[in-house]
Design a protein around this ligand. Sequence first.
Ligand SMILES: *Cc1c(COP(=O)(O)O)cnc(C)c1O
Length: 475
Amino acid sequence: MNSIDESESLATLRRLPSIDAVLRHESVQPLILLEGHSYVATLAQEVVSELRSEIQETVSPLAGMAANELLAEATSRISRVCESHARVRTQRVINATGVVIHTNLGRAPLSENAKGAIADAAGYCSVEYDVDGGSRGLRGKYAEDLLLELTSAEGAIVVNNCAAATFLALTVFAAGKEVIISRGELVEIGGDFRIPDVLTRSGAKLVEVGTTNRTKLTDYENAINENTGMILSVHPSNYRIVGFTSSVGGEALANLARSRGIIFYEDAGSGALIDLKEYGLDREPVVRHSIESGADIVSFSGDKLLGGPQCGIIVGRSELIEEIRKHPLYRALRVDKLTYAALEATLDSYRRGTAVQDIPVLKMISATEAELELRCRAFLNKCPEIPGMRLEVLAGASVIGGGAAPDVRRSSPLIAVSHSDMSADEIETRLRYSDPPIIARIEKDLVLIDLRTVSETEEGEVLQALSRFDVRIPS
Ligand SMILES: *Cc1c(COP(=O)(O)O)cnc(C)c1O
């Protein structure tokens, strides 16, 4: 660095704003109200020291800047950091992907009733209080009663998620014992939930029977000995072996387990409370059928096909459920008042017989191609003419997704968005940067909007985001 450069950089350094001047700036004041003085002050120090090092670099775009320009640079960097918080925090998004149970987007969107119940229970609520008697009540009793009614089981208990339910059931009933499971069911169910690992961690000894594609009743029979505690059947939700296959039905396994005095546990996973065959979900075990076929305990998620809050539900024989309730691990895995409130409101819809109308997951899965086609056409009609932008309706499919039946697809018309001056990636990014963010998918260089997972009230927001496409983003 020669001496002229050096003196210029020294002069620029002297023009750097003080932290105080940055904090007093009119664009920074509202950020202080929002994020707190001490956080923004630290940020200001970081930004000014970042500018200081950049000025000292051999080639620096900041060299020679006036004091007001340096102040503007500092405040705009602070604003950018604070703006990014709005994007990284957990926030509402519009799911235009067509994946109904989208794990990254919060799985099941709750019904209006369930949302209201959460808001009501957020303050003090009667989660463990008996309003009738004016004394302590049983935690989660109403949710459990609804589950008994809807599944015909004798007992029910709710924990944090289905992974917790599985771990708990195995810990309580199979620690130190052998658990027989078919090789075709030693699956990983997304998010690092591997059945063999959960089994081993719970202290059970895994006994694999059959082969990956075929397991017979005699395979189970031959594996039973005096150390056997349980037969486990796992519904391979996200995995399917096709072709030359056979597996043993729940009823036969339940009979075998009963005759040998061991437990038959079915991990049903996605937990359909009603039969969803007519919507293409013909392999999803209905919990009531599993109980009626003789399963001793059945576990399933609350936020997959059931369409409620995140939780794991175990139903089954009452003495087994009570044994779970007494175990210290249950206390560690139990759910909070908000979950009970949302679950009760969701289950109320099933009791009332309005589940398919009320519960978004079921409403989306059951939407027909013709209904969606009408919505797509109306959407195109409402969309203003944007120079360069083209919208068209294409034939496609939505997936049910997310651990629950990801290979089940429902035919869906899709809205393809293209633009003469923008790549598919640019369009997708702009939608994602809308407020609220709109998450779309790209297929064959086309951005696709699937209205199956977009509620009718959100359609207006998507239209509004598209109508802003005539405004160029300064790059
Ligand atoms: C999804 C699933 C789980 C895990 O459930 P979470 O609620 O995500 O913890 C466990 N078992 C089966 C069969 C599943 O499908």
